[in-house]
Design a protein around this ligand. Sequence first.
Ligand code: ATP
Length: 362
Amino acid sequence: MNYLDLAIDLKLANFNLNLTVKLSLSGITAIYGHSGCGKTSLLRCIAGLEDKFNGHVQFNSKMWQVGKTKLATHKRNIGYVFQEPSLFPHLTVKQNLFYGLNRKQTVNVSELEVQSILSTFDIADLLASYPSQLSGGQAQRVAIVRALLTKPNILLMDEPLAALDKARKNEILPYLVKLKTETKIPILYVSHSLDEISQIADDILLIDKGKLVDYGQLECVLANAEHQAVFADEVGCILTSEIVGYDEEYQILETSIAQSDFKLWLSTGSNAKQKQEQIKVRVKAKDVSISLNQPSDTSILNVLPARIVQLERQLQQSNCLIKLEIAGQFLFAQLTLKSVERLELKPEMKVWAQIKSTAILI
Ligand SMILES: Nc1ncnc2c1ncn2[C@@H]1O[C@H](COP(=O)(O)OP(=O)(O)OP(=O)(O)O)[C@@H](O)[C@H]1O
């Protein structure tokens, strides 16, 4: 198992990034926090692009940097993908892909490996095209393949989908999932979007104002009510559910919450998923309401028996965040204090959680 041991104290003009953490790099680790919290600065420290910090960066048993003594960036064998694909406009896709590789004599990529990466990202048919002939999504896939062909120890991705529209984002996300299952290259993925992160990440590192807030498995970190200040309007949990069927007439997916018989209906508009496939769905706290009795005359399809675990008053708001447990998984509901008092909600009470199908994000 790869790991990255970080102890970083970076002082910039008006900003201090100060964190100590050991990342066990398996799959995709998301780096999340408000704008200006230090996500890019952290990637720069890992890549060897910052000289001025105290502390160290260690990748497995290899020390990459201790204070000002550092291993040069090109010797760390890091893949870096930015918001913009930055392809050379006068070179074809094929020339762009191999430009960096030809200069890196140490990397030995077999023809089979090249074919496999090209096919994973479906770009074999684009090799003769010029960047101006590619869509934004295709260009970013080429940029990712270019980084992968160097056989990096680790892939750093800094908001790689931020410049794309929603359709192009949704087109690329499945490639990233394929990437982690097929290549095993650890990925650090900076993003502002919990929608993106929920679909691809295994772990998450939360940063606020240059400090580490939490690091751990995605579902656990999202379900921690203490992090509501960082997640703000996006606060919510991930439920794991298994696909049972698809209702063609109403275009709605029938799923069953893991380890239970409780149904979760999802309005997806397409039947792209396989039966028995496990999916993760993100449910925002503001899309969940609570009833004391099982409602029978509601439009809401998802009505689930739940236990109240915790009630947390939301800072600077007259709202309350209620943590609920459903078959061993967690869900947040955001209610007004007025509703909480009217229903006399308390920890350990048994209630019914209602989630609108149209609000669930997959
Ligand atoms: N070279 C620099 N000199 C001085 N301050 C800098 C420098 N680079 C970044 N900063 C400051 O460091 C802070 C963190 O910036 P950074 O780009 O790491 O944040 P971020 O979390 O990636 O932000 P965003 O999500 O908006 O991209 C910001 O306040 C920024 O203004």
